[in-house]
Ligand binder design. Structure first.
Ligand code: FPP
Length: 260
């Protein structure tokens, strides 16, 4: 029988470590903005001889748990990297499966997200997504936009380089049209031209699955973010792993380039 909970040795060691260490995150600061690269779905499925799609499907269950937990902990922003500008290079059926999962997730979850005071927002060039996705995303935003709790940013057709290029083009256009002066360009101006306008930079970036790279995620915004990696693949990622990431974050010394 195929075990859905098969774990490799690295995962087991990590889980043991998390269980054995008494992790108390109530004494430190909860990061305001957590951003997650939800990686490892494909490998999770492969280990179980399942199609890659099943890994993404299992990954949606993790999204549910982590959104709930972030909301409970008082995190202000949770940004999930769900589909990058490069993910179009994947096989067509995987791309359409991902789009379908997105629509299903929104249709099924929006009511509960609304009741949990969550705002459903997107970052990325969403106009290129299938019409149905755009429609459901817009509807989810309209329904939840007046909430005051966690903002869930779904990064879709998102790429950090694409975001910066778009910002530069818009800055150039505004200068040409006399709406902006060259001397007004600074860090804050640049931030205001990004998809994340009005959203504070991520404090903590989490990447499960063992890969240690940024993959074109929040390139401008992560200048001073803390990074946390884990061998656990996204479908196996649980709130205990989130707690461990937050606990480690709380024990880091953030100096922002200055001396204490
Ligand atoms: C990366 O794992 C994961 C993705 C590119 C997609 C993430 C999407 C979901 C979890 C579900 C759909 C999203 C929503 C918001 C409902 P990978 O496939 O690259 O894993 P691998 O590196 O093991 O192949």
């Amino acid at each position: 029988m195929v075990s859905f909970f098969k774990k490799n040795d690295k995962d087991k060691i990590e889980e043991k470590d998390i269980k054995e260490n008494n992790i108390d995150i109530t004494k430190g600061n909860i990061p305001s903005h957590i951003a997650i690269i939800m990686d490892g779905n494909g490998r999770w499925a492969k280990e179980r001889n399942l199609p890659r799609y099943m890994g993404h499907k299992a990954g949606v269950e993790t999204i549910r748990e982590i959104v709930k937990e972030c909301s409970k902990l008082g995190v202000k922003y949770l940004t999930l990297y769900a589909f990058s500008t490069e993910n179009w290079k994947r096989p067509k059926d995987e791309v359409s499966a991902l789009m379908k999962l997105l629509v299903q997730y929104l249709r099924k979850e929006v009511k509960e997200l609304y009741e949990n005071n969550v705002i459903v927002n997107t970052i990325g060039d969403i106009e290129r997504l299938p019409d149905l996705c755009v429609k459901e995303l817009q509807s989810a935003y309209d329904k939840t936009k007046d909430n005051t709790g966690l903002t869930l940013n779904l990064a879709l057709n998102y790429g950090g380089r694409d975001e910066i290029i778009t910002a530069v083009k818009n800055i150039y256009k505004d200068i040409k049209e006399g709406k902006l002066k060259e001397e007004e360009i600074n860090n804050d101006t640049m931030s205001n031209y990004l998809y994340t306008k009005g959203i504070e930079d991520p404090d903590l970036i989490i990447r499960p699955s063992g890969e240690q790279r940024l993959s074109n995620f929040l390139l401008w915004q992560c200048a001073y973010s803390e990074f946390w990696y884990s061998h656990i693949k996204w479908p196996d990622f649980r709130k205990e792993h989130l707690h461990k990431a937050i606990y480690d974050y709380q024990n880091r010394d953030r100096r922002f380039g200055a001396v204490k």
